[in-house]
Design a protein around this ligand. Sequence first.
Ligand code: A3D
Length: 322
Amino acid sequence: MARPKIALIGAGQIGGTLAHLAAIKELGDVVLFDIAEEGDIARGKGLDIAEAGPVAGIDVALKGTNDYADIAGADVCIVTAGVARKPGMSRDDLLGINLKVMKSVGEGIAAHAPDTFVICITNPLDAMVWALREFSGLPHNMVCGMAGVLDSARFRHFLAEEFDVSMRDVTAFVLGGHGDTMVPLARYSTVAGIPLPDLVEMGWTTQEKLDAIIQRTRDGGAEIVGLLKTGSAFYAPATSGIEMAEAYLKDQKRLLPCAAHVDGAYGLNGTYVGVPTIIGAGGIERVVEIKMNKEEQAMFDKSVDAVKGLVDACRGIDSSLG
Ligand code: A3D
């Protein structure tokens, strides 16, 4: 049986890390696509990782390209093409530039890999995944965005540090748009099944400390941008994207929060936003609707409104978007 094929559209910081992780995990053959003018980074990174193969014992093929024809037959496309944040920029500042990129990427995927499962990582995430779906015309269940896995991972990391427990025992739930309005849900986040509010009652932490961790989670991307100065996070985003790709390729039916097309659930009709989903061979097989209390629902609604505002801004920039 042929190995699965993974196309990485964008071979920058996240794209290169995705290629390395996909190769190390032997998820399939990897094609790196980029149009960078300052160097042939797609071919350079592809060759560099391939040359690690004999040492690491990796039996997959890597190819760099600037020709969309090379992504033909891809089972998964992970899209990071576009520009990333610099200090002082919000994710939303990237909208105009990255919308144009989504148009060319969407058309490239539609022409050469229409049966693929698309995971978008380009920011501002929820609006870009919506636009990418519109431009590509692929079925909604086959186009999603990575943000919730990363935001939840950040939350889990901070909680594991606070409680001094293994992060393997910490589960966390972050919903809503990937931005300042994201909704970390304490009630649905646990240490081995014990919800965070109970842990506060048990004296493991205080409500003030928990609130500070929630805010740090919301600001997690900006914290890394502030440290790196030259770009944004890439190791954790790439690791999160690979987890979603693996769930699809291996039909794992993982319950993962991701930016999915929500039509009916949560009172929404046709909005891309971060929700719990089941990812398996059918792509986004299900959107899981959880119960929220009034306060959580209000935060979620605010986040949905922020996403809708960005989608409207996209429509204002490109009149071909319906
Ligand atoms: P970077 O290292 O700049 O890589 C982006 C690559 O895209 C560059 O190599 C460009 O040459 C390439 N590119 C630009 N236009 C095109 C095009 N039309 N076709 C093909 N390639 C193109 O950025 P990065 O890898 O650090 O980040 C990529 C994106 O992910 C940015 O938009 C970030 O804001 C975003 N990001 C999202 C998250 C989420 O959690 C959603 C986290 C971190 C970064």
